[in-house]
Structures are given as C-alpha cells and as structure tokens.
Design a protein around this ligand. Structure first.
Ligand code: NAD
Length: 501
C-alpha cells in the first residue's frame, strides 16, 4: 500500500490527524512517483490549517524530463489503435472507481471539499474516462467520393503529440479527466500539472491509471507553481497542445506564451453564470437550483450560478427561499459526513471574495443571508465563510462584473424578460446560463440570445459528457466533452487519391 493511501485513510478516519506531515511525494514520470526533490511545496488542509504534506516544486529541468518521457512514449501509444487505447482507458476508469473511497480522504484534506462532494467528483472523473473509452471506436473523419473524375478525398486524424494538461484546484480530478479522455484515446500522451495546492490526488490518480495498464510515460504529472512548472510546460518545445483550465488572466498569459511554436490551445476559463427566474417558473425548484448551483463546492466552481435575475412580482418569495437555504446549509469540516459546505480553498481566495463583497456593498445592496465568517470555535483554523446572499447591488459592482469564486450570490429584481436578458449578457464572461420559465418562447429566447456556451432550461446546472462544453468571450474557447473534443486533440489531414483509370 502506498504512502499516500495510508495517509488518505488517516485523513478520512481521523479528520484532524497530526501525523500528515510525513506525506512526501515527488513528480510522476515514467510510471513512478519520484522521491520529493529540490524545492518543495507545503500543502495545507483548508479546513484546519494543518500541514497535509510536501510535494516537489518542479523546476524547468524536472518538467523537461516529464515532457521528454511523454514524447518518447507517444509513438508506441499512437500505434496501438483506438480500440486498444479505449480498452486501457476502460481499465483505468474501473480502477479509479475501485479506489474512490481511498482517494476521498486525500481530496478532502488537500482541497477542503466535503466527503460527499469528493465522492461525487471522483466518480464523475471515472465516468468521463469511461465515456471516452466507449467513444474510442466511434472516432470518425470525413470521406468524399468523386471530388473530380477518379478522385477521392479522405481525412486522417492524427494525434498532436504531447499535450500539457493544466488544471486548477477546485475539481482536480474531473477537470483532468475531461482532458485525459479525449487526449489519450486519440493517441496523444499527457503531462498534467495540478494546482500547486492540490498535488496528491492527481499523483495517486496517475499511479492508479498506470497500474491499470497505461504504459509508463503516457501520463506524467509535474507538481509545482504556475509561474515556474506551468510556464516551463507551456513553452517546452515538445509540447504541442496546451489544454488549460483556470482563470481568465492566466489563460490569456498561457495563450500568449503558446503563440511561440504555434501551439494548439484550448482555454476553459472563468465564468459568472446568470440564472433568470421568471414569474411563471416553478419557484421552489428554481430557488433550490440557485442555492445548489451557487454553494456547491463552497461556491468554487466555474459553472456556479453567480448572478440571479428574478422577476419583481415573485422576487420576495424567491429571495427568501434562496436566503433560507443559504442560512440552513451546514458549514463545517469536510470530514464530517453531515456537513454540506466546507471551507474556501485558501486564505487568499477568501480575502479576494471578502474584498469583492465589501466593495460591492459600499455602492449599495442588502445582505439577506450570511455576510461574514462563522463564529463557531471549531472553524477558526480554516478558511470558512458563511453562505452569503446580497440583494440588488449596483450592476456595475464587483459582484456583477467580476467572477466571485466563493459562497456569495447577488440577486437582482428585474421588471421583465428583456431586462433580464440584457443584464445576463452584461458580463465579460460567457460560460453557462440558465432560465426557469413555463414559457416555451422565453426558454427558446434565452437559449438563442444569452451569449454563453451552455444554457440550461428548467434544469440544475449539471454538465453532461455527451454535450460539448466550453465558454465564449472571457470564458475561453474550444470544447471539452462530447465527440467534439476529438477535434481539439487531433490534426485533420486531407489525403487526395487519383486513380490511374
Ligand atoms: P489559475 O489560473 O490561477 O491556475 C490554474 C492552473 O494554471 C494552476 O495549475 C496554476 O498553477 C497554473 N498556472 C498559473 N499561472 C500559470 C502560468 N503563467 N503558466 C502556466 N500555468 C499557470 O486558476 P485558479 O484561480 O487557481 O482557479 C480558478 C479559476 O479556474 C476560476 O476562474 C474558475 O472559473 C476557473 N475554472 C474554469 C473551468 C472551466 O471549465 N471553464 C473549470 C474550473 C475552474
């Protein structure tokens, strides 16, 4: 049993175990977790402030080794064929499912989420890998017969080579599996970089997938900071594609760096998703979806509901329903199975959100739920914040214009649907949106007129592997999920054949 497994179990069963400082993990190259080396990152439990362990803070030389290993492994992996790669991915998905309970403790300890959220995340990560394992035999490209007399054309899909998969800390495993699925099925190899605060679950995930049959080098993991390991990965001459999920400013930086070498880039960036609740909606369900959509994962989701627009005539009822849910959420240590909302991920994230709320309220708006840090003595060592609801702040304020990455929801009263659509679109972001209404016309207008990559109609904001996912505007570009993702992990080459007769 590996060290990380034992530690994960300790975290799960004992919660505030003090002995976690012994957890030390280096980078994962050629199928092996190396000993911790060079500079290290100290990983802190967001709920308790305790040290979880130390990981290597990879420098450019370490990244170079990981990329070269992936490059060396790519030819053989690509030659194996789709069905074979799909079978390996299937075995990896099964192995991950078998290890879900083991991985929960580590994810809760390093990320701060609740046990329930960690379980859902890990199962979803396995599900996505399984989805792409199934799609492996379905990858298609075009064929045109008779372009000219005796001339046929066809399209070859070729893997890109080494893919750099860079992900943030909010869903370390699902965000990675979104990239691993299509990248690996298409014959690419991957060097993954988790956030510098969440290295351990990713390292263990890579070990599990490799034990299940992924050849050494096909998936390597470098742990480290964005400025050093991240940039070394993006600028490495042998990385051909950067699959990036993170904030909009970092995405812009990554895009600029990737220009040298004309690398492919997909950017899954920040969001400020609007929800419109009309007077003819099922108000109870809409309020539940708003609260769930906003406070899940302590509000730290790209697709969280970050703005609500509710028709004036039903506003009081909806606001009280959402605020009531916010007040009733059980805040606490993620290791407690009864807890519904854990801490924010870092002290810095909490400080950013508190500043956004303060700057917003200085211009107007009323706090109707939460508003500050909890008094509970047991929660003073972590980065907790009460689920907070603010009503009618100015629409030019930070809570409307910026991405609020934590448990705080602004709600605006609107007079009609036109105003709701206008305000929904009044944002630099374009990731997701949702509308609650009984009117087909309003639902279709929302789908057509809100500038986002996803629109949910009378539905919680669940993401489906079957549908392409990706934002517009400041939320980035390119698609993950769906068979559309294959276009972002392959080059399409046209081949023309002229027959002699
Ligand atoms: P971030 O941009 O700071 O970091 C994301 C990743 O990029 C980390 O691994 C980080 O180390 C790395 N990184 C940082 N600087 C880098 C650089 N110069 N070069 C290369 N890599 C670098 O993101 P964050 O603030 O930690 O994460 C939260 C953000 O991610 C939010 O904006 C959220 O909306 C977004 N997000 C988007 C999606 C999506 O699918 N659209 C999903 C989850 C999170």
């Amino acid at each position: 049993m590996s060290d990380v497994v034992r530690r994960s179990e300790l975290v799960r069963t004992e919660g505030r175990n003090q002995d976690l400082t012994a957890l030390e993990r280096g980078i994962f190259v050629d199928g092996t977790v190396e000993p911790v080396a060079g500079e290290t990152l100290t990983i802190t439990n967001p709920a308790t402030g305790e040290t979880v362990g130390r990981a290597t803070n990879a420098d450019a030389a370490a990244v170079d080794r990981a990329v070269r290993s992936a490059h060396a492994a790519q030819g053989d992996w690509a030659r194996r064929g789709y069905a074979d790669r799909g079978a390996v991915l299937h075995a990896g998905a099964e192995a991950l499912l078998e290890h879900v309970e083991e991985l929960i403790g580590g994810l809760v300890a390093e990320q701060g989420k609740t046990v329930r959220e960690a379980r859902i995340e890990l199962r979803k990560a396995a599900d996505t890998l399984e989805h792409y394992a199934g799609l492996a035999k379905e990858v298609r490209a075009a064929y045109v017969h008779g372009l000219d007399p005796g001339v046929d054309g066809r399209v070859l899909r070729k893997p890109l080579g080494v893919v750099a998969a860079i992900v943030p800390w909010n869903f370390p495993t699902t965000l990675l599996s979104n990239k691993l699925g299509p990248a690996l099925v298409c014959g690419n190899t991957v060097v993954a970089k988790p956030a510098d605060t969440t290295p351990f679950t990713t390292l263990r995930l890579a070990e599990i997938l490799t034990e299940a049959g992924l050849p050494p080098g096909v998936l390597n993991v470098v742990t480290g900071t964005g400025a050093e390991a991240g940039e070394a990965l993006v600028t490495h001459p042998l990385t051909r594609k950067i699959a990036f999920t993170g904030s909009t400013p970092t995405g812009e930086r990554v895009m600029a760096l990737a220009a040298k070498g004309t690398k492919r880039v997909t950017l899954e960036l920040g969001g400020s998703d609007p929800m419109i609740i009309c007077d003819d909606a099922d108000l109870k369900k809409a309020a539940s979806a708003a609260a769930m959509g906003r406070f899940y994962n302590c509000g730290q989701a790209c697709l969280a509901i970050k703005r609500v627009y509710v028709f004036e005539s039903v506003a009081d009822e909806v606001i009280e329903a959402i605020a009531g849910k916010a007040r009733r959420l059980r805040l606490g240590l993620g290791t407690d199975e009864n807890v519904q909302i854990g801490p924010m991920h870092t002290e810095r994230q909490r400080a950013i959100m508190e500043d956004q709320i303060a700057r917003t309220l200085s211009g107007g708006g009323a706090v109707v739920a939460g508003g500050g840090r909890p008094d509970d003595e047991r929660l003073q060592h972590g980065w907790f914040h009460e689920p907070t609801v603010v009503v009618d702040p100015p629409h030019g304020s930070p809570m409307a214009r910026e991405e609020v990455f934590g448990p705080a929801l602004p709600i605006w009263r609107v007079k009609d649907f036109d105003q709701a659509i206008r305000l929904a679109n009044d944002s630099p972001f374009g990731l997701g949106s949702s509308v609650w209404t009984a009117s087909l016309d309003r639902a279709e207008r929302a789908a057509a007129e809100i500038d986002t990559g996803y629109t949910w109609i009378n539905s919680p904001t669940k993401v489906y592997d079957e549908l392409p996912f990706g934002g517009v505007g400041g939320s980035g570009y390119g698609k993950e999920h769906g068979s559309e993702a294959f276009d972002y992990y392959t080059d399409q080459k046209s081949v023309v054949v002229k027959r002699a007769t």
